[in-house]
Design a protein around this ligand. Structure first.
Ligand SMILES: Nc1ncnc2c1ncn2[C@@H]1O[C@H](COP(=O)(O)OP(=O)(O)OP(=O)(O)O)[C@@H](O)[C@H]1O
Ligand SMILES: [Mg+2]
Length: 313
């Protein structure tokens, strides 16, 4: 069968015109998306954008004010009993029983599912084998985070909802989790995750949606989003103050200039011409260039351009 990207026939998750309000605040505003079976789908957005609200509606923890949601063909609210055995859920702020050990917590979650993974397997995936006898309230932040992801995975559900699964993890642990998610994908799982790490989304996700103020403002593969927003390459200049912005804006090829944390990024359609002029300016001592780097535009550039905010601001 020909695979249709975003086709409702092959979909594990279908969201149509979903809206959720908290009093006067519209936290989720008429979003629509389809997640195919076997896809890793990422939802990105600034703090307060509506990601957790969306996840909580998808797993039946909150009711929508308008719109339609189907997960594996089930309505998450009215058909929650049928759905629960087929999905794994990791919430951003979970409640845990403090007087359980790591392996007891995993074991407990496994009992809710018909065909769970073995506890030993999940302990190994999460790098928690040597912490198995430890009480959960004694775990470090990163260890606890890995436990709650493990608790979502252990059920061997068809669809996994992971709300910021790698937040607070060290780089090694984060990369280990990426390997686990890819392994689960190879087993045929569908993964819906949220993240603030743009390199994670770019590496891991088949498609991403960027959400801001409750609305989806971009949706596609990371490469599509980058290609749609940037024909330019990025030229980074470190240790340069924003007082030079005006000169830089006038350089040939430059379409945009972004300043953040003592670093200036020039987006240029004609990198060679831009660099030539930069060097000329330095020769004339009108600019001091240090830490020059050229790179392709990334998902982070797209995020900054579309939301106008840097991550975690
Ligand atoms: N129970 C609630 N009552 C009232 N307002 C809420 C509630 N939960 C969330 N909100 C508001 O809804 C908006 C969306 O919140 P949500 O938690 O979905 O954002 P998020 O994208 O997950 O953000 P973060 O990246 O910080 O986790 C925010 O403005 C938040 O303050
Ligand atoms: Mg959230």
């Amino acid at each position: 069968m020909k695979q249709l990207k975003g086709s409702a026939d092959l979909a594990s998750i279908v969201v149509r015109e979903l809206t959720k309000r908290y009093g006067n605040l519209t936290a989720v505003n008429q979003i629509s998306l389809v997640v195919e079976t076997g896809e890793i789908f990422g939802m990105l957005g600034p703090n307060g954008a509506g990601k957790t609200t969306t996840v909580e509606i998808l797993v039946g923890l909150r009711t929508a004010d308008a719109g339609e949601v189907k997960v594996l063909g089930f309505d998450p609210v009215t058909e929650d009993k049928k759905l629960k055995r087929s999905i794994g859920v990791q919430l951003q702020m979970p409640a845990l029983f403090p007087r359980l050990t790591v392996e007891e917590a995993l074991q407990l979650n496994a009992t809710f599912y018909p065909d769970p993974f073995p506890v030993d397997q999940v302990l190994e995936w999460m790098g928690l084998t040597d912490r198995r006898k430890m009480f959960t309230h004694k775990l470090s932040g990163g260890q606890l985070q890995r436990l709650i992801v493990g608790m979502a995975i252990i059920g061997n559900g068809k669809v996994l909802f992971l709300d910021e699964p790698t937040t607070g993890l060290d780089p090694q642990a984060r990369h280990n989790l990426w390997d686990v998610f890819q392994l689960l994908q190879k087993m045929g799982k569908t993964i819906f995750l949220t993240t603030h790490y743009m390199e994670e989304a770019q590496y891991l996700c088949d498609r991403v949606a960027i959400i801001d103020h409750g609305s989806i403002i971009a949706l596609g593969t990371p490469d599509q989003l980058i290609g749609d927003q940037f024909e330019e390459k990025a030229i980074e200049l470190s240790e340069m103050g924003s007082e030079n912005e005006t000169i830089l804006r006038e350089l040939p090829g430059v379409t945009r200039v972004q300043t953040a944390h003592n670093q200036i990024t020039l987006y240029s359609t004609h990198v060679e011409a831009t660099i030539r002029e930069l060097i000329q300016l330095e020769a004339e001592q009108r600019l001091a260039i240090s830490g020059l780097a050229i790179r392709k535009a990334s998902l982070e550039d797209v995020f900054l351009k579309l939301t106008g905010r840097s991550i975690r601001q």
